[in-house]
Design a protein. Structure first.
Length: 145
């Protein structure tokens, strides 16, 4: 798996391209730092105990069109992605389950959505959410989001 975190840290500083990253061994969350909803949600997750064991990447900070092998910038902005510790890319509802699996206080949610049918349903709900997300983003941005 390709590590998509710049060695300098988690921010937007000194990121050249996806090819400048090294192998990672912890789950990597890809999020759109220009999205007010995404920033709020990621800030909440990062404040939870256990989140420090994950990598959190603002995809807008990565130079180039390829964020990670098989993940374009466009895809990462349009849909939530998590790269698991074993290198598998999970998107949408499945990506949330991967985060929950790795944060101790959220593991019961991961267990709840572990059955394939439940994970599939969560993914369908996420797909529906994507339809209203632009309006929610505008609303948050208008209110200092």
């Amino acid at each position: 798996m390709t590590d998509i975190i710049p060695r300098a840290g988690y921010g937007r500083e000194n990121v050249e391209s996806a090819s400048s990253f090294v192998e990672a061994c912890e789950p990597t969350v890809l999020y759109d730092g220009d999205c007010p909803l995404c920033r709020r949600e990621i800030a909440w997750y990062r404040g939870l105990k256990g989140a420090e064991g994950m990598r959190w990447v603002d995809v807008r900070a990565v130079a180039g069109e390829t964020i990670a092998p098989g993940v374009s910038l466009d895809a990462a902005v349009r849909r939530f992605h998590v790269i698991s510790a074993d290198g598998n890319v999970r998107t949408g509802g499945y990506a949330f389950v991967e985060i929950w699996r790795n944060i101790p206080c959220l593991r019961p949610l991961a267990f709840l959505f572990r059955p394939r049918a439940c994970a599939w349903l969560l993914n369908r709900v996420y797909d529906l959410f994507l339809r209203i997300r632009p309006g929610l983003q505008r609303l948050l941005a208008a209110h200092g989001g």
